[in-house]
Design a protein around this ligand. Sequence first.
Ligand code: NAD
Length: 288
Amino acid sequence: MAALDKASIVAVIGSGAMGAGIAQVAAAAGHTVKLYDTRAEAVQKAIADIAKVYQKLVDKERMTAADAQAATARLQAADGLAGVAGAALVVEAIVENLDVKRSLFADLEGIVGDDCILATNTSSISVTAIAAKLRRPQRLVGMHFFNPVPLMALVEVISGLATDAAVAETVYDTSIAWGKNPVHAKSTPGFIVNRVARPYYAEGLRLLNEQAADAATIDAVMREAGGFRMGPFELMDLIGHDVNYSVTQSVFNAYYNDPRFTPSVIQQELVNAGFLGRKSGRGFFAYG
Ligand code: NAD
């Protein structure tokens, strides 16, 4: 199998933190990218923000002005969900909720062509379950990017039980063409990274709950002594507490309420308060 042709249209559904990053990477790689979000203003903001990032890359001489202009022109707001009809690949990056994702993909099946690959950026939901209600579940695959997408090389290419191997291979090769470093994995709760990372957040939260140290101190220890790039609290603030709490619940539920994965009331309260981390200006820490 080969990567998607550059002339192929890529659609990105959801223009939040992840969708904007995916659109930035896909447009820079040469694709026309159709962006759709239920909040039209999110699409406009994503396109404006990406154009600014390209300009910064030009300033740093890591992109030519002509390439930045061409990539910006390839970013287009889709005219409603029906506006993604011509896409060869749709990457979904909406809310981390099985029913909402299933409903979106059911709608998409009525819009896109039979050969269009449907990819989900879910962090933790079973790819098998998302695909199960589709007429053609073999065309759905996980394409799991990491935050921030333009900087993080890893992409987990997740096959559900019904995923066609050729579809996974195309997404794998396309990830390479987009400058990423993909890995194939089967659909298990949390896949590889979010499974291994769960205890990092959970133990940090337990330490905080036990008042062993404050969040900034725990982060600093993990960065400076542990060698991690980010401590658990600043990382959760970056991911977004709504997203991270959903992932925790999803992995906990999928492993039959295994206490190792128990969500924390601290996470629940941050979500209740709307303190979602960087994106809302406040989480464990305040952002200006
Ligand atoms: P986000 O809240 O920043 O953005 C989600 C966007 O989706 C919002 O703009 C929202 O308006 C839109 N949306 C919601 N429902 C929609 C629908 N039915 N149709 C169209 N648009 C809809 O969230 P995010 O952090 O970008 O996460 C998106 C997905 O990516 C989730 O599945 C999440 O688990 C996954 N993910 C997140 C991270 C992370 O670090 N934040 C990392 C990897 C994967």
